[in-house]
Design a binder for this molecule. Structure first.
Ligand code: C5P
Length: 409
């Protein structure tokens, strides 16, 4: 039996993009039943959904009542995907209403549920919507962060439907049984490589592409987290369902990470951060002057991970004085791409950084920057070491979240 997917469609202009999502689902062999809200049919008509899915399309519980559709569709689903999820639909789902076939289906579904919201920025940022999203996430429902960009009119901002391919990728993970052990958690990931400007055309940089950081973000989203990525110079498509903040230099990354880390349950520093930057940036392009240039004078960048660990230490002290039994502390994870992967060097770096987990991965030999595969040993502050054999970066991402989730539970 092919997996049964319910595609709930809300009344938003982005409904037209969900025809593509439906295509991706049916072409993967899933049996898809489309359940639009009554107003969603104003954007894309019943005939389109019926023809593309090969299934009947109804919006209320009265059509074919003998089949008890308001209960049966949800009960027999392996996954419910709601896209676009409007502010109204999120509100009705959070309140547990059952005033049309889709919300009834959501109340009877015991399978994973994925919401892909799309709405205007003001609606997404309204405290009522924020609260509804929190409620849904705390129940284990996966709610993607909308993408930022052009909205229906001339305005732009957060509120765009994530790309159909990105929604599809999360749907496939959920159907494959991805754990939702980060549901209700906020996680922060740094990705890519910082650039330190020398002059308007040159910089000191590194080879990091952000592939591992984006794999971590995608995995976190599928496991139910509210994920924020601080991305330094990443040219890859945004990880759907995560909020992406762009930076260039280590100092910019520090400010963005420290700001977003407040209230995060876990921070994973997968970015390659430059240890040094030029002491001064030349405002004009440095020209060849017929003699060797002045040596570049460098100054040390802040160590963001070590700073996060120091902040946590201070906060823990304050919390312990106020509440002798505080909640779990923030979990901190560092990455170390090394040519020396000895256990002694790894343990020394783990202690120096003050984080909980250090993912040590060798560079060279087809592994490391820009490659699809990685291999690592994850050193934990409690003395354990978890080897992750060579494989796709997605596998290492899930191995990291397994260890993080265990520390959060
Ligand atoms: O010391 P090293 O650069 O090898 O440490 C790697 C880890 O520390 C990574 O997680 C990286 O993101 C983080 N880091 C940092 N700030 C720096 C340098 C590295 O947070 N200035």
């Amino acid at each position: 039996m092919p997996p049964r997917v319910v595609l709930g469609v809300g009344a938003g202009i982005a409904a037209y993009k969900c025809c593509e999502l439906l295509r991706l689902l049916t072409e993967s062999g899933f049996r898809v039943r489309v359940v639009p809200t009554p107003d969603a049919l104003r954007f894309v008509g019943e005939a389109t959904w019926a023809a593309l899915s090969g299934e009947p399309v109804t919006t209320d519980a009265w059509t074919d009542a003998w089949q008890v559709p308001h209960v049966r569709i949800g009960q027999s689903a392996d996954l419910v995907v709601v896209a676009p999820a409007t502010a109204d639909l999120l509100a009705r789902a959070a309140a547990g209403m059952a005033d049309d076939l889709l919300t009834s289906t959501l109340l009877t579904a015991t399978c994973p549920v994925l919401f892909a919201p799309a709405m205007h920025t003001e609606m997404w940022q309204h405290p009522a919507t924020r609260a509804n999203v929190s409620v849904l996430r705390s129940r284990g429902t996966v709610v993607l962060e909308p993408a930022a960009g052009r909205l229906t009119g001339a305005d732009s901002g957060p509120g765009r439907l994530p790309e159909p391919e990105e929604i599809f990728a999360v749907a496939v993970r959920l159907l494959a049984g991805a754990p939702r052990d980060l549901a209700g958690r906020r996680v922060l990931i740094s990705a890519g490589g910082t650039r330190e400007e020398i002059d308007p055309v040159r910089f000191i940089g590194n080879w990091s592409t952000g592939t591992q950081g984006y794999a971590l973000a995608r995995a976190a989203v599928a496991r139910g987290a509210e994920a924020t990525v601080v991305a330094a110079n990443v040219a890859l498509p945004d990880p759907g369902g995560a909020k992406v903040l762009r930076v260039v230099s280590a100092c910019e990354m520090r400010d963005a990470v420290l700001d977003a880390a407040a209230g995060a349950d876990a921070v994973v520093m997968a970015a390659a951060v430059a240890d040094y930057r030029p002491e001064a940036r030349s405002a004009a392009k440095i020209k060849k002057a017929g003699q060797p240039p002045e040596p570049l004078r460098l100054t040390e960048n802040p160590d963001i991970l070590a700073e996060l660990a120091a902040l946590r230490h201070q906060q823990r002290g304050r919390q312990q004085r106020a509440h002798p039994e505080p909640g779990h502390p923030q979990v901190l994870v560092g990455f170390a791409a090394e040519t020396d992967t000895s256990a002694d060097a790894a343990r020394a770096k783990l202690a120096r950084k003050g984080c909980d987990l250090l993912v040590v991965n060798p560079v060279g030999g087809g592994l490391g920057f820009g490659t699809p595969d990685n291999e690592a040993a994850v050193y934990a502050a409690d003395g354990t070491v978890t080897p992750v054999p060579r494989g796709p970066k997605e596998v290492l991402a899930d191995a990291v979240w397994d260890l993080v989730a265990a520390r959060l539970s």
